[in-house]
Design a protein around this ligand. Structure first.
Ligand SMILES: Nc1ncnc2c1ncn2[C@@H]1O[C@H](COP(=O)(O)OP(=O)(O)OP(=O)(O)O)[C@@H](O)[C@H]1O
Ligand SMILES: [Mg+2]
Length: 455
């Protein structure tokens, strides 16, 4: 980042210097050109006013050969060329011997003949020099032309190049230095923020510290902090999950292996084979259930999995679940009642069935003989709702949030004895999130539980 700031500053300086040099050169060159032309004009008018040329011409009787050009010697000037031309373009006098040919085709001469005065600028033979001309018609019809040479814009630029380069170098160096200091001062708080983040991670800084030094960075820092916490939480939950999975898998596997060993070594009492076989089968079933639940959860974790969200009648799905669970409820001697009003939700039918089944099964499972489970699917306050009420064992207040955690069971031995893995409600929570549904729990130990899913 610092490098980028430095580089950009240097680039800005470079562009600024080049642009301002080019701009000022162009402006000054215009003024300079105007000044050269104005000087030539003044000098030509002054020479005209002296009357020297008019007198000489009159003395020669208007004849070219008779003009006494020696009388003009005093006018010679190394910077200004003076050319005197008659009305036909023939040169009467020129202090520069190189241009004695007819001058009638020159634009400044033509406009002097037509309008009394004329000027033009031409590229001179000399490299990077311009020649400025100013011609004025005298009363006797002859023309006096003054010309001088001046630098072209590129020449001026070249002349100024060493100074411009020097300024450029100095400014660039200053910019790099300023950029360096500036980026250091900009980055310092950000660096300190990063350090504090690390310290907080180490636990060496206790909470409640403000990490922001720039107000503008506050939302950004907050976002990073939340993301950071989420990442840590996710890592922790993954760790817990792995530990739990290993533990949960180990228990039935140890049992299976133990029973198999008894059989292998003929240590089982005669007549116990059947019991051992049943134990092996129930533990194997438990393992299967566990693995199925883990697979379900990991499937649900992949939200990009194609799902079919279609209009589904919640009451129809729920009624079907109740029908399926009736045998189980009869076994547990729990009275399962269903009531429903048709209501449509946009959902994945299979997931919805899984959600309802898990909640209703729990209500039957964590119940008592002769207890009841009342299931209602319909509308409440204008929103589709699935409500499962039981008068079972209930859940203590402090456990009500935790039952949605993976592998969390209020009473481990009871749940395990009835084949529970502690993943059912975690799956329910996941499905509810996918459908943007809200879950509410109301429960009192010994009295019963009511779980509602509001879509
Ligand atoms: N209706 C209920 N009444 C009392 N306790 C409940 C009820 N529903 C859930 N619980 C408690 O919440 C815990 C978690 O339930 P969850 O459905 O996630 O797991 P599980 O039933 O133990 O196993 P499974 O994965 O087979 O469903 C249960 O072990 C139980 O202690
Ligand atoms: Mg359950």
């Amino acid at each position: 980042m610092r490098q980028t700031i430095n580089l950009r500053l240097a680039l800005i300086a470079l562009i600024a210097i080049i642009a301002s040099t080019a701009g000022t050169t162009a402006v000054f060159y215009r003024i300079f050109k105007q000044q050269v032309s104005a000087d030539l004009k003044i000098n030509a008018e002054m020479l005209k006013d002296t009357g020297i040329f008019q007198n000489l011409y009159a003395a020669a009787g208007g004849k070219k050969e008779a003009v006494d050009i020696n009388a003009l010697q005093g006018l010679e000037h190394e910077k200004v060329r003076i050319t005197w031309i008659d009305g036909t373009g023939e040169v009467l006098y020129d202090n520069d011997a190189s241009g004695l040919q007819n001058h009638l085709d020159r634009p400044e001469i033509r406009s002097a003949l037509e309008r009394g005065a004329g000027e033009s600028v031409r590229n001179s033979d000399t490299m990077n020099m311009n020649t400025y001309y100013y011609a004025v018609r005298l009363d006797n019809g002859t023309i006096l032309r003054l010309s001088t040479q001046a630098y072209t814009i590129s020449r001026i630029f070249l002349e100024a190049a060493p100074i411009v380069l020097l300024i450029l170098g100095l400014t660039l160096a200053a910019c790099i230095l300023i950029g360096h200091l500036l980026s250091a001062s900009i980055m310092e708080p950000v660096k300190r923020m990063a350090e504090q983040f690390e310290e907080q991670e180490d636990g060496s800084v206790t909470g409640g510290q403000t990490l922001t030094y720039y107000k503008e960075l506050e939302p950004f820092v907050e976002k990073i902090r939340i993301q950071h916490e989420n990442i840590l939480a996710a890592a922790k939950s993954r760790q817990d999950f792995t530990a739990n999975v290993s533990h949960e898998l180990k228990t039935p596997l140890t049992a299976i292996s133990g029973y198999a060993e008894l059989l292998e070594n003929h240590l089982a009492d005669p007549g116990q084979e059947e019991h051992i076989a049943r134990q092996i089968r129930s533990n194997a079933e438990r393992l299967l259930a566990l693995i199925n639940d883990i697979i379900r959860l990991s499937e649900l974790d992949h939200k990009e999995l194609p799902r079919q969200y279609v209009p589904v009648d919640l009451s129809e799905v729920t009624e079907l679940c109740c029908d399926n669970l009736r045998v189980y409820a009869d076994q547990k001697k729990v009275n399962l009642e269903y009531r429903g009003d048709p209501v449509t939700v946009t959902a994945d039918r299979d997931l919805l069935r899984e959600l309802a089944e898990n909640i209703i099964r729990n209500a039957v499972q964590y119940n008592r003989e002769g207890g009841f489970v009342k299931v209602y699917a319909g509308t409440e306050n204008g929103r589709p709702i699935l409500r499962v009420t039981d008068d079972g064992i209930g859940i203590a207040k402090d456990q009500q949030e935790r039952i949605f955690e993976r592998f969390y069971r209020v009473d481990k031995s009871r749940s395990r004895a009835s084949g529970g893995t502690g993943l059912g409600l975690a799956i329910v929570k996941h499905i509810a999130q996918l459908h943007e549904a809200e879950i509410r729990v109301e429960s009192e130990p010994g009295k019963g539980t009511e779980i509602s899913v509001i879509f």
